[in-house]
Design a protein around this ligand. Structure first.
Ligand SMILES: [Zn+2]
Length: 296
């Protein structure tokens, strides 16, 4: 009877993956899945419709981390409000910061907007530099190399699989970047207003020009007086578009758009943020499409 039950339970738990990956954001879950294929089961704690700065540390997420072999986060204090708590509550020693089962993606890219003077009293939610590195595909390429090696380290038996998948992904990604850069070339210098400083890396990559933010400071909601200033500023020097992310409240962007006649455009913040952004390739395809011909 016992044997039968054990067999039944093991059959229930099929398919068994070599590695369980807990990603803080959808882009890292998507990348782990690209690199791990059927050896990896990756889940994301957040969706493209949630502000990754602030989510609730739900018990279901603690349970997920308890079973994780690898935690991948953006880092740079993006998840400071919830991930440390989840890690602590999970009691999973394999995925604590400093262990091979913990990977902070932003440590492997050149960070932008790193403040010279740290001043949390101003309410800035980017004290460690801008953490939203996923909007530049070159950053994804850098993290892919590190992530693939980490998968190989944690699951040596399948190391060859991870390395070969990484090579294939790297090749396809490089070709895609060339295509996106070609599409983006005509956008160079385009002035835009952004809700949050969520697309700093995209703006830097394509050479766009951010001329204002709806938030007076990253993480501080738009105020009436700040929006009034932007209306005046747009009369003097109009931007080409007002962008907000899939998780931002669109009201402030719509307000400024109505007052100025400048189109407001939703950009998916990450994988899953629009119908087309089904995976990492679709994500950038959609970003480039929306920047070139904003949906009316
Ligand atoms: Zn932010």
């Amino acid at each position: 009877m016992r044997i039968a039950l054990a067999f039944f339970l093991s059959a229930l738990s099929l398919p068994s993956f070599a590695l369980n990956v807990f990603a803080s954001e959808p882009e890292w879950a998507a990348l782990a899945q690209e690199l791990g294929g059927d050896k990896v089961s990756a889940i994301s704690a957040t969706t493209a419709f949630q502000d990754p700065h602030h989510i609730e540390a739900r018990p279901s997420l603690i349970a997920r981390i308890r079973n994780a072999d690898l935690v991948v986060c953006s880092g740079s204090e993006l998840e400071v409000g919830w991930l440390p708590l989840l890690l602590q509550q999970s009691g999973n020693g394999r995925v604590q910061p400093g262990s091979p089962g913990y990977l902070e993606a932003s440590q492997y890219v050149v960070k932008l907007e790193v403040p010279r003077i740290l001043d949390r009293s101003m309410g800035d939610v980017h004290p460690g530099g801008n953490p939203h590195i996923q909007t530049d595909p070159r950053n994804i390429a850098r993290v892919a190399v590190v992530l693939a090696e980490r998968l190989a380290q944690l699951d040596a038996g399948n190391a060859a699989v991870y390395r070969s998948r990484a090579e294939s992904f790297g090749k396809r990604w490089k070709e895609a970047i060339a295509r996106w850069e070609q599409q983006g070339a005509r956008l160079k210098g385009m002035p835009l207003v952004e809700h949050h400083k969520g697309f700093t890396y995209l703006i830097n990559w394509l050479g766009l020009r951010e001329v204002g933010n709806l938030e007076p400071k990253p993480g501080i909601p738009p105020t009436t007086s700040h929006l009034a200033e932007l209306v005046e500023q747009m009369k003097q020097a109009p931007a080409k578009m007002i962008v907000y992310s899939s998780y931002d409240d669109p009201k402030a962007a719509q307000f400024l758009s109505q007052r100025t006649g400048i189109p407001s455009v939703m950009l998916p913040f990450t994988v899953g943020g629009s119908d087309r952004a089904k995976d990492l390739f679709g994500y950038f395809d959609d970003l480039l499409a929306r920047l070139q011909a904003p949906p009316q």
